[in-house]
Design a protein around this ligand. Structure first.
Ligand code: ADP
Ligand code: ASP
Ligand code: MG
Length: 406
């Protein structure tokens, strides 16, 4: 009996050790028994990717990105093979492939490559032979046969892209929590599972630090309208549906709180206040591939002003180096770096039509004596940069203030 095709993705925590791999094998084969065709995407075991990065840093902190991809892609190659073996042991047919083998073709931007196309012949052939097809997440290959990776958390993207390309009936993301929560349940145990969330809200939450889904995977899901079911690999409970539209009786103003500790703040002091100066700084950073996030420039009362901005932690060294270079050229003052910061954000589509969200947020932080260093807003989110030591307090305070624990 043919019941349809499911793409299932299991994250690193779901395949962290032998027992968990065996557990995943049981889960996958239980669907096979029911008659489903299965394409299973797997991440590297536990913290393997972090460990490989650490190892590389010991050998060469400035390792080339091509070699980083060669190294990091090995993590997923281990897990696909082990899962295939575990499934064989249960008496089912399965075959594992690397990203290159299944024809996930990407551009050449190593460590954050973009998928250009997927050649699904190999997957389809496997399915036709009645096999469970297991694909290494997070990786692809360039037209030149160089191995690439898709950015941290990239197995989510592999799964969504395959679900789209294969026109799967379902795309399930299995992880170590029971879905998307109102905030990280590891920080706030009172966090509540959200039954359904829109692509836009999920994209905003993911971009602002909710690591449970990779932001780019949601972009692709939104573009091709691939509904995603995020659920726990340790239970049979329903999780969270990520979909185009959620019909709620009454609009929820704030649906989630996020935290991002992976940014640093750079300040260029005493920048001459004349046209073209900001352009010089940010043009230089852009040309070096540094992604700048929040930018704040004060109104100047003298002829000089400070410009502050945030960048991802992995880009700090590079950003400081080139900011200093431009600062010298434009005769501004010191360049300061602060890595001791965190960003807390509130996200919700209901914000568009409800005034006062910012005021409520600032009040909640003020009540806890938390100073706000920078503020930024989008149509559906407000973010504040605060000192890192206040991270957890801030998340809990905002979660409480916006009534998310109810
Ligand atoms: P996986 O190994 O399955 O890819 P990740 O570690 O990438 O798992 O993502 C799952 C983790 O994301 C959870 O353990 C949780 O702590 C964290 N997380 C952060 N924000 C949220 C949220 N809003 N909802 C659910 N989980 C979240
Ligand atoms: N193993 C990769 C990472 O840790 C990809 C993933 O987990 O999705 O980023
Ligand atoms: Mg992940």
């Amino acid at each position: 009996m043919h019941r349809g095709l499911i793409v299932q993705k299991f994250g690193g925590s779901s395949v962290a050790d032998v027992q968990r791999i065996q557990h995943v094998a049981k889960r996958v084969t239980s669907y096979r028994k029911k008659g489903y065709d299965l394409v299973v995407v797997v991440s590297a075991l536990g913290d393997t990717t972090d460990e490989l990065i650490e190892l590389a840093n010991k050998i060469n902190p400035e390792a080339s990105e091509r070699e980083m991809d060669m190294l990091l892609s090995t993590g997923e190659q281990i897990s696909v093979a082990l899962l295939a073996m575990a499934i064989h042991k249960l008496g089912f047919e399965a075959i594992s492939f690397t990203g290159a083998q299944v024809g996930i073709i990407t551009d050449t931007s190593h460590t954050r490559a973009r998928i250009i196309k997927i050649n699904t012949d190999k997957v389809k052939e496997g399915l036709k032979r009645g096999r469970i097809v297991i694909v290494a997440g997070f990786q692809g290959v360039t037209l030149n046969q160089d191995i690439t990776t898709l950015g941290r958390g990239g197995s989510d993207l592999t799964a969504v892209a395959l679900a789209k390309e294969l026109k799967a009936d379902e795309c399930e993301i299995y992880t170590d929590v029971e879905g998307i929560y109102t905030t990280d349940p590891r920080i706030e145990p009172k966090a509540k599972r959200i039954q359904a969330i829109t692509y836009d809200e999920m994209l905003e939450m993911a971009s602002l630090g909710a690591q449970v889904m990779q932001a780019r995977s949601i972009e692709v899901a939104k573009k091709f309208d691939v509904p995603i079911h995020v659920r726990s690999s340790f239970s049979d409970n329903p999780g969270t549906m990520i979909i185009k539209e959620v019909k709620r009786m009454e609009e929820v103003v704030v649906s989630g709180v996020t935290l991002n500790k992976n940014e640093a703040k750079i300040t260029v002091c005493n920048v001459p206040d004349r046209p073209g100066v900001a352009a010089k700084i940010f043009k230089e950073l852009a040309s070096r591939g540094v992604n700048v996030d929040m930018i704040v420039q004060n109104v100047s009362h003298t002829r000089q002003t400070d410009i502050s901005f945030t960048v991802g932690k992995t880009d700090v060294q590079k950003a400081v180096k080139f900011t200093k270079k431009v600062a010298g050229n434009i005769h501004s003052g010191e360049v300061l770096v602060d890595e001791d910061i965190a960003r807390v954000s509130v996200v919700g589509v209901g914000m568009k039509s409800h005034p006062g969200v910012a005021a409520t947020m600032f009040n909640a932080l003020a009540d806890n004596k938390i100073n706000i260093e920078m503020i930024s807003t989008s149509e559906i989110s407000i973010s504040c940069i605060i000192k890192k030591k206040f991270s957890e307090t801030a998340v809990k305070a905002l979660h409480e203030k916006f009534g998310l624990a109810k």
